[in-house]
Design a protein around this ligand. Structure first.
Ligand SMILES: CC(=O)SCCNC(=O)CCNC(=O)[C@H](O)C(C)(C)COP(=O)(O)OP(=O)(O)OC[C@H]1O[C@@H](n2cnc3c(N)ncnc32)[C@H](O)[C@@H]1OP(=O)(O)O
Ligand SMILES: CC(C)C(=O)C(=O)O
Length: 584
C-alpha cells in the first residue's frame, strides 16, 4: 500500500524550534507594497524543462520592466554561457533605475565569474546563498555550523573586495552595488543559527542605513503553516542588530500551496521585500505568485507599484517564454477567473453590473461592490463581454447578458425565461458551452430578428418563409383605431382588418379575425437602441394565443417605436406558425 495508514512512522510534525508568545504580527494589516524582486529569469528559469533562450529572456525582461519591477534577478551567470551573455545584455540595456541581480553559490571561482558578468553595470545586486539547516549541512555539505558560518562570511568578504571595495578596476567603481545573502533553507534552520550567520555576514559587508544589506530568508521548501514562517521572520526582524541597515526579504516556495499566505503574514511580521515569479513559476510547485500578491493589495485599495493593466499581454509573454500554460484558474489572471457559467452567479453579476452602471452614471462613484467579482475585469484589460459564458449550467441571466452586450437588447424578464429554455436545450444537445455568436444567432432565429443589411442574415431570410409587415393604414374612429395591414411572406400575402384602442391592439384584433384564434397581448415593453439621433426602437410583445398556456414572444426593431411593437406582434404570429399553434 503506497500510503501509510500511520504516516507518523515516516513523517514528523514540523518543529519550528521557536517560541514567540509575544508575537505582534497577528494584529497588523498590510497597507503598502513591499520592494518586489522578480526571480522569473533565475529561479523560474532554472526550473523549466527547456530554459529560456536569450531572445526569450530579453522579451521577458522587457515585460518585467514594463510591469514596473525595479529589481530583477536576471541569471545565474556561472551556470551557462547563455546566462553569462544575458547578464551582459542586461548590463548594457537595463534602465538606470532597475537593479540587475545575479546569483552565485558560495564558491569563490563561481563568485568571480558572476561578478565579471556585471562589469560596467549601473545598478547591480550580487546574491550569494548557502544552506544553513542541519539537514543540508549534514546531508549535502558535510559541514559543521562553524564551517558554514566561516564560508558564508569569507564569500561575503570576497564579494565586497570584488565590488564596492574594488579600486583596481574603474568599471567597478561606477556601479551602485547591493549585496544579498540567503541562508538557504532558512525556515528549517534554528532561528539562533540563522541570526548568527547573518550577523557575521553583515559585519563582513558593513552595510549602512542608506545602503542596507538584503537578508533573503527563504522557505526553500515550504514545510509548515504560514503562521510559523511569520513567527520566524518576526523573530529575525526583532533580533538582528542595526535593523535599519537590513532589508528583510522573503522567498517563499509553494510546496504546501500556502506561499501567498506565508508571504502576506511574513510581511506583517516585518519583511520589507518579496521575491517571487509571475503566476508562481519556479522550483517544484513554484515560487510565490507575484501577480496574486500584487492584486491582493490592489483589491484592498493599495497600489502595488506593479501594473497589470494588460494582463493578456503578460500571460502571452509568460506562456511563450516559460512554455508552460498559465492555469485557467490562476488567481486574477486565469482565463476562467472572470467567467461565470452558472445561473445564480450570472444572475447576480448581471444585476451587479446594472446597479454599478447606474451608480457610476448618477453619482460618479466608482467604488466596487460586485457579487462574485473581487476585481473589476476592466482594470486588468479584460472586457465585460468575456465574463458571462453560457452552458447547460446557466440560467436566464447568462443568455440575456450576451444579448444585451451584443445586440443592445434589454430583454424583459418573461422573454429572458423563454429564450433561456431554448439555450438550455441547445447547450445540452451540443454537450458544451455555446459561443457568443451561436447564442446571438439562436436569438435571431427564435424571434425572427433578422437585419437585412447584414449579409449573413440576408441569406437566412432568403431561405425562410415568414411574414413581415409590408404595409398598413390606420384610421381613427372616435377613440378607436381601425387597421388594414398587409402581411407578406415568400409564398403569400395576407390582408388583415381589425380595430382596437391603439395600433397594437388593432393589429392583434386583425390577426385574431383572420386566423380565427385570439391574440391577446399580455406583455409590452420597448426601449430605444443606440444613443445618437439615428437611434432605433425595439418592441417586445408577449401574447397568449387562444387557450394555450404558453406565452409567445416577439421582438421587433424599427425607427418608429409604434412600428417596432407592430413588427414584434407580427413575429409572434411567425412563432405561432412555426410552433404549429396557428395554421397559415
Ligand atoms: C534553492 C536554489 O534555487 S539554489 C540555486 C540553484 N540553481 C542552480 O543550481 C542552477 C545553476 N547551477 C549550475 O549550473 C551548476 O549546479 C553549477 C554551475 C552552479 C555547479 O555545477 P557543478 O560544479 O557541476 O556542481 P553540482 O551542481 O553538480 O553540485 C553542486 C556542488 O556545489 C555545492 N554547493 C551547492 N550549493 C552550494 C552553495 N550554496 N555554496 C557552495 N557550494 C554549494 C554542492 O555541495 C556540490 O559540491 P560537491 O561537488 O563538492 O559535492
Ligand atoms: C537561492 C535561494 C534564495 C533559493 O532560491 C531558495 O532558497 O529557494
Amino acid at each position: 500500500m503506497p500510503m501509510l495508514k500511520d504516516p507518523s512512522i515516516k513523517y514528523k510534525p514540523f518543529d519550528p524550534k521557536l517560541t514567540l508568545d509575544d508575537r505582534q504580527w497577528p494584529s497588523k494589516s498590510l497597507t503598502k507594497a513591499p520592494r518586489w524582486l522578480s526571480t522569473d529569469l533565475r529561479d523560474g528559469n532554472q526550473s523549466l524543462p527547456d530554459p529560456m533562450s536569450i531572445p526569450e529572456k530579453k522579451l521577458y525582461f522587457q515585460e518585467l520592466v514594463k510591469i514596473g519591477f525595479k529589481e530583477i534577478e536576471v541569471a545565474f551567470p556561472s551556470a551557462s554561457q547563455t546566462d553569462f551573455d544575458f547578464t551582459r545584455w542586461c548590463v548594457e540595456n537595463a534602465p538606470e533605475d532597475v537593479s540587475i541581480q545575479v546569483l552565485s553559490p558560495c564558491r569563490p571561482d563561481l563568485i568571480r565569474r558572476t561578478i565579471e558578468a556585471l562589469k560596467g553595470a549601473k545598478k547591480a545586486t550580487v546574491h550569494i546563498y548557502l544552506a544553513t539547516s542541519a539537514c543540508f549541512r549534514n546531508v549535502v555539505f558535510g559541514m559543521t555550523p562553524e564551517e558554514t558560518l566561516q564560508k558564508a562570511t569569507e564569500c561575503t568578504a570576497l564579494v565586497r573586495s570584488l565590488t564596492k571595495d574594488n579600486s583596481q578596476d574603474e568599471a567597478f567603481k561606477k556601479t551602485h552595488w547591493d549585496f544579498e545573502f540567503s541562508p538557504e533553507t532558512f525556515s528549517d534552520t534554528t532561528p539562533e543559527f540563522a541570526l548568527e550567520v547573518c550577523e557575521s555576514v553583515k559585519t563582513a559587508w558593513n552595510p549602512s542605513a542608506e545602503n542596507p544589506i538584503i537578508f533573503n530568508l527563504p522557505a526553500t521548501v515550504e514545510m509548515a503553516t504560514p503562521n510559523v514562517y511569520a513567527d520566524q521572520i518576526e523573530y529575525f526582524s526583532r533580533h538582528i542588530s542595526h535593523r535599519e541597515t537590513v532589508c528583510i526579504s522573503l522567498h517563499p516556495h509553494n510546496d504546501r500551496g500556502c506561499a501567498v499566505a506565508a508571504a502576506e503574514l511574513a510581511q506583517l511580521a516585518g519583511a520589507d521585500r518579496v521575491e517571487g515569479c509571475l503566476f508562481g513559476n519556479g522550483e517544484r510547485t513554484g515560487n510565490v505568485d507575484l501577480v496574486t500578491l500584487a492584486l491582493n493589495l490592489y483589491t484592498q485599495g493599495y497600489y502595488p507599484n506593479l501594473d497589470f493593466s494588460d494582463m493578456s499581454k503578460v500571460i502571452e509573454v509568460v506562456e511563450k517564454c516559460n512554455k508552460i500554460p498559465v492555469h485557467p484558474r490562476a488567481p486574477y489572471g486565469g482565463q476562467l477567473v472572470v467567467c461565470a457559467f452558472s445561473g445564480s452567479h450570472q444572475d447576480a453579476i448581471k444585476k451587479g453590473f446594472k446597479k454599478y452602471e447606474e451608480q457610476v452614471n448618477s453619482t460618479g462613484d466608482i467604488s466596487w461592490t460586485m457579487p462574485y467579482l473581487p476585481l473589476d475585469p476592466k482594470d486588468i484589460g479584460r472586457t465585460y463581454e468575456a465574463i458571462i459564458r453560457v452552458n447547460s449550467q446557466s440560467g436566464k441571466g447568462g443568455a440575456s447578458w450576451i444579448i444585451l452586450r451584443n445586440l443592445e437588447l434589454d430583454l424583459p424578464r418573461g422573454l429572458q425565461v423563454d429564450f433561456s429554455g431554448r439555450v438550455q436545450v441547445e447547450s445540452e444537445w451540443k454537450g458544451r458551452e455555446l459561443k457568443t455568436k451561436e447564442i446571438v444567432d439562436l436569438f435571431k432565429d427564435k424571434y425572427f430578428l433578422y437585419d437585412v443589411q447584414d449579409e449573413a442574415d440576408n441569406e437566412t431570410v432568403a431561405m425562410l418563409d415568414f411574414f413581415h409587415l409590408k404595409d398598413y393604414t390606420l384610421t381613427n374612429e372616435g377613440k378607436n383605431r381601425s387597421i388594414v395591414a398587409l402581411l407578406s411572406s415568400k409564398s403569400q400575402e395576407l390582408e388583415l382588418k381589425g380595430s382596437g384602442n391603439g395600433p397594437i391592439s388593432a393589429l392583434a384584433n386583425a390577426m385574431s379575425n383572420y386566423f380565427g384564434i385570439t391574440f391577446d397581448v399580455v406583455h409590452y415593453n420597448e426601449h430605444s437602441l443606440g444613443k445618437d439621433s439615428n437611434s432605433k426602437a425595439v418592441g417586445y410583445i408577449g401574447v397568449r394565443v387562444g387557450s394555450h398556456e404558453r406565452i409567445i414572444w416577439g421582438v421587433g426593431v424599427d425607427e418608429d417605436v409604434t412600428e417596432a411593437g407592430m413588427v414584434a406582434l407580427v413575429n409572434t404570429l411567425n412563432g405561432c406558425i412555426r410552433d404549429k399553434l396557428v395554421r397559415a
